[in-house]
Write a protein that binds this ligand. Sequence first.
Ligand code: PMP
Length: 434
Amino acid sequence: MSEAGKHADWMRRAELRIPGGVNSPVRAWRGVGGTPLFFERGSGAWLIDIDGRRYLDYVCSWGALILGHAHPLVTEAIQAAAARSTSFGAPTTLEVEYAELLCSIVPNLERMRLVNSGTEACMSAIRLARGATGRRKILKFDGCYHGHADSFLVRAGSGALTLGEPNSRGVTEGTAGDTLIAPYNDLAAVEQLVAAHGRDLAAIIVEPVAGNMGCIAPAQGFLAGLRRLSTASGAVLIFDEVMCGLRVAFGGAQARYGVDADLITLGKIIGGGLPLAAYGGRADLMRHIAPEGGVYQAGTLSGNPLAVSAGLAVLRHLKAHPELYDALEERSSQLARGLASAAREYALPLQVNQVGGMLCAHFSTAPVTDCASSTASDSKRFARLFHALLDHGVYLPPSAYEAWFVSLAHSAQDIERTLAAMRTVFAEIAATGS
Ligand code: PMP
């Protein structure tokens, strides 16, 4: 059987039992076409597929693996924890140490709860905002993704955007009607919605650096404007930092932009690649959570010792080495600068956005600042780039609308190697004009 055949054969088996053959839609490569690769191992910045082919990985488990694949600090922590039991369903000292450490890292995180996914964190944060304010509506931004809870599947980013269906079927009109939408980076639109619905508005939820329609930085004054409008209307300001937290700065976007949120959701990096996420913030809000208060939220595996141990290993390492954030910024801006200059060299219209350890490149002549400008970019050309780079051993996210992630395991040489592959592919694209 040919090598491609091996992946296709597994995908045929997968599709019989798993919708689309995958456990999360973007993995099905619908945005770029072709048969998804099956991976067997990861090591540092590299992914190894079931044929033993190696790829420089710019997905990094969708941003979770800031230390790269199978970092010994993480794998050893997991092994040690597993030997003591995989779950207790009762308090452990690890969870307390974890909460103390995370609260010391993230601004305004006075109290927090651990959950298993970013979806759970965001869903719980809006339930809390509704419970605390007694209000119904939430305001989110077009193209932002906050997980797959019903309220968020209205003009959602990430896989929903890739599939071209930003509104999910199965979400009732009542739920969708409680979700107000504004374009990202459009403070005037938020002002209008707040003026019209302010007394019903429980929360404004935002990705302070948007990462589910590419990588989009908040415009100057945007986050501060949201802070002002939230305070004025009594709505809870939720920063969804599941992706950008501990990636755009050690303390996340609040630290980078100097704007305070009321509640913060976190995930990905804070669990070292295991299912761990958190929500928390102002102590006076968090006291509404059961059993202290009347907003219910629970989980059999919440605070799981394997996940907490992996997360602790990552957080302790990052805290002990603040210089790592300069290295991360340098690596990703090396990639961003190189991409932009390669595109100029071959006269290709390319918009490169980068904030900290996340970036994205859109084939477009216009700056990408919101969902409309992101989806106006040439996604067919992106698909061509994706497949051509695979042939050169570089694995990008399989969608034009996902952020690319650099890890601390990516070396300057890895980036140079990636850029050399990019230049080759850009030359081919420029030569054929497609
Ligand atoms: N919020 C943001 C900003 C995300 O990027 C994601 C996932 N990409 C989520 C929430 C949902 O997290 P999870 O996939 O762990 O449920």
